[in-house]
Ligand binder design. Structure first.
Ligand SMILES: *[C@@H]1O[C@H](CO)[C@@H](O)[C@H](O)[C@H]1NC(C)=O
Length: 259
């Protein structure tokens, strides 16, 4: 009896992972994620055993309901396979026993949530486990599993599908490139296309804008000022929203004669 009180009173049994209060991120919604359950026992036990009960509360619900339970030998690694169909909270309650004698209890709560999208910058930044890395980033992956770093390359390669006669534009965009400089690359591209295909019409010049889809599903076009840099308008992140508006060029004397 005294031994039991000593063990329990000295908190020799602690859940160490997932840490109490932690949020664990998953990338693959609709599948599952494996989370190892780890704990610390500071006393030698003859027939150590841990019994675990897990309760789950769906997002927005305060009510925990039974999810899983089991008893395991102390040397047995424990992995929780948790469904990722939706964010949820979990409560782990564990009992440590030696043979048939219960010695101590421990509990920990954690959340399971989708990984927030990785927001790249031009500086190396850690990618949270589970987060999707956008295509085109420079990535450093540590082979020891300690994590992944990613950044926007400077320059990055911008690729735009233009109206049929203008083909595909590919150009290097530096973080300090201005919208005006990028528009000038597009103007030069359009001019080259016109020289190759003189029957194409008159020369066009580009204005750049971002297409932002509103709640009602209608795309709103926001003009990009020519002095703004690619870094300032987060062009890498928004490149799929980049819209090119073609207009007649103002400097008429450089128009290619198509006759
Ligand atoms: C989780 O663990 C189970 C059992 O070991 C395994 O079959 C499954 O592939 C694992 N899932 C992931 C996402 O690692």
């Amino acid at each position: 009896m005294i031994a039991i009180l000593l063990v329990a009173g000295h908190a020799t049994f602690t859940l160490t992972h997932p840490p109490d209060g932690a949020t664990i991120h998953y990338g693959d919604a609709g599948a599952h994620t494996n989370v190892s359950l780890r704990y610390r026992v500071d006393v030698p036990l003859a027939e150590g055993r841990i019994c675990v009960e897990i309760q789950r509360a769906r997002r927005g619900s305060p009510a925990f309901v039974w999810f899983a339970e089991g008893c395991f030998r102390l040397d047995q690694p424990l992995t929780l396979m948790l469904p990722t169909a939706e964010p949820a909270s979990f409560l782990v309650q564990a009992a440590l026993a030696d043979g048939s004698v219960a010695l101590a209890h421990a509990r920990a709560a954690f959340q399971l949530a989708p990984a927030p999208p990785f927001e790249p910058t031009y500086e190396w930044a850690a990618v949270l486990p589970g987060a999707t890395v956008p295509v085109g980033l420079e990535v450093q992956m540590a082979l020891d599993g300690s994590g992944t770093l990613a950044r926007i390359p400077d320059p990055f390669r911008l690729q735009l599908s233009l109206p049929a006669q203008l083909g595909i534009f590919r150009g290097d965009v530096f973080k300090a490139s201005t919208i005006g400089e990028i528009a000038a690359l597009l103007d030069a591209h359009a001019l080259r296309r016109l020289q190759l295909h003189p029957g194409m019409g008159s020369r066009s010049c580009a204005d750049l804008a971002l297409g932002v889809t509103r709640d009602d599903g209608v795309e709103h076009i926001a003009a990009l000022p020519i002095s703004v840099t690619a870094e300032e308008c987060k062009l890498f992140t928004h490149q799929s929203q980049l819209r090119v508006i073609w207009r007649p060029c103002e400097d008429e004397h450089t128009t290619v004669d198509s006759s």
